[in-house]
Design a protein around this ligand. Structure first.
Ligand code: ATP
Ligand code: MG
Ligand code: MG
Ligand code: MG
Length: 439
């Protein structure tokens, strides 16, 4: 991508309305544009990151056996009347009427709709387990939308829904999502700690919030420091092996970790004082087993091996990709801007032509630009006529992992400078060597 043809509306001033660093940096880097209270457009740079985050989420959902679908954002109130939630949900739900005066709503979540799909087709235990997910916009009329995309009203959610014959099956499905989440967040360079969360009237211990520790987090959380060092299962994890998956969950649920609502002083006191970590955290994912809460009132049942009808046991599993991006920035930035983990960076490298118009600088930059593209890498080429200082500031602000600096003096020696955004480390490299490394 040539920066001269790109749409990257960088803000020079720090926007006053932004209270936290991720919101400030997303606005300054031209990733998002606020359209109203809790409502944002994703500009080209932001959209690239959002797509990369969703790609990782998808790959790990698929690996764990979930199947992607796509359901509408606008739903019929009648479905929600079946589950009893149309009245119960309250003001967070945006209620609308269509031209026939029918009650509709903009989905804050999709349990009812997915249960309707399930009950229409699946009749036998032989078709289970089943886990359907989608990545879709949700609307929740939050009391206090704030912190940019961290708590917005319209936001992107990956929500998965599992269907099983009985509790044991549902628990295995829950465990698969648990492990899938560990892998998902690690791939984005994050340490997300699964913390026991409130199960409300359903009870049991199958509810975990995945929390990223950050001072600006809205939740108070308590956990054992052991989580900071715990190994995350690799890409070779066998999701069809229930025992292997249960082993990982066992390991990841043994040290103490709970959100404020579930905090238990007695158990907390047993954690060695040096290992106690009381901190603020951001909820980036939430998994929840709710059994027959929807299947029973909505009549979603299958015939079991015993020939009898059983209401399916369900769970739901959410991740907020838009919130995640803000959380990643909270965890990874410095005074100059964002520092993207490689896996979700909008570009792998940026070529900074320090003297656009200089024949040699242009030639070398173009050659490198073509080589990066041929290597299948996402590369941004700063071919604008801005001053070098401004180009460096932009590159740091937007957080691209690698900067290739092409200047007249280096080019005269057949060299460029390569700067790592994260460490700040700079190294002079022969152009031929850099080109060879891309082949
Ligand atoms: P919170 O406690 O922050 O209000 P929630 O518990 O209501 O979140 P869930 O219903 O568990 O959220 O939804 C799953 C995921 O969707 C959350 O873990 C979070 O990542 C994301 N999410 C929820 N609400 C918002 C929001 N207003 N803006 C951005 N992301 C959100
Ligand atoms: Mg909420
Ligand atoms: Mg919550
Ligand atoms: Mg939640």
């Amino acid at each position: 991508m040539r920066l001269s043809r790109y749409f990257l509306p960088i803000l020079k001033e720090t926007p006053r309305e932004a209270e936290i660093v991720s919101h400030r940096l997303m606005l300054r880097a031209g990733m998002i544009r606020q359209q109203g209270a809790g409502s944002f457009s994703w500009l080209p740079l932001g959209k690239r990151v959002l797509d990369k985050v969703c790609k990782i989420v998808r790959e790990e959902q698929d690996r764990a056996g979930a199947l992607e679908i796509l359901m509408p954002t606008i739903q019929s109130a009648d479905l929600w009347r079946e589950s009893g939630r149309y009245e119960a949900y309250g003001k967070e739900m945006l209620r609308i009427k269509d031209r026939h005066e029918r009650d509709m709503l903009y989905g804050p979540t999709n349990e009812e709709m997915v249960t309707e799909i399930f009950r229409s087709y699946v009749k036998s235990y032989r078709d289970l387990p089943l886990n359907l997910y989608h990545i879709q916009w949700k609307f929740r009329d939050e009391v206090r939308p704030r912190f940019g995309v961290m708590r917005s009203r319209e936001f992107l959610m990956k929500d998965a829904y599992s269907f099983d014959l009985d509790y044991d099956g549902a628990k295995a499905a829950y465990y698969r999502m648990f492990v899938s989440y560990l892998r998902t967040f690690t791939r984005m360079g994050l340490t997300a700690i699964p913390m026991r969360a409130d199960t409300g009237p359903i009870g049991g211990d199958l509810s975990h919030e995945f929390i990223i520790l950050a001072e600006t987090g809205e939740s108070q959380v308590y956990c054992d420091r052991a989580y900071l060092e715990m190994p995350v299962p690799g890409a070779d994890t066998d999701f069809s092996n229930d025992a292997e998956i249960a082993g990982v969950v066992e390991q990841w649920t043994t040290p103490y970790a709970a959100t404020d609502e579930m905090h238990d002083e007695e158990a907390w006191a047993k954690v060695g004082e040096g290992d106690q970590l009381a901190a603020r955290g951001i909820e980036v994912g939430h998994i929840f087993h709710f059994g027959e809460k929807y299947s029973k009132p909505m009549g979603a049942s299958v015939t079991g091996p015993d020939g009898k009808e059983h209401f399916v046991s369900m769970g739901s599993y959410g991740i907020g990709p838009s919130r995640l991006i803000a959380a990643i920035i909270e965890a990874s930035h410095d005074e100059n801007g964002i520092i993207w983990p490689d896996s979700i960076a909008p570009f792998d490298a940026v070529i900074i032509n320090m003297k656009t118009g200089d024949a040699e600088c242009d030639r070398v930059s173009e050659e490198l630009y073509a080589a990066y593209q041929a290597a299948g890498l996402d590369v941004l080429y700063d071919d604008t006529d801005q001053r070098a200082g401004g180009k460096f500031a932009t590159a740091d602000l937007i957080g691209v992992p690698q900067q290739i600096i092409v200047g007249p003096r280096g080019v005269a020696n057949a060299e460029v400078e390569v700067k790592q955004r994260k460490s700040g480390e700079r190294a002079v490299k022969p152009i031929a060597e850099l080109l060879a490394s891309l082949e």
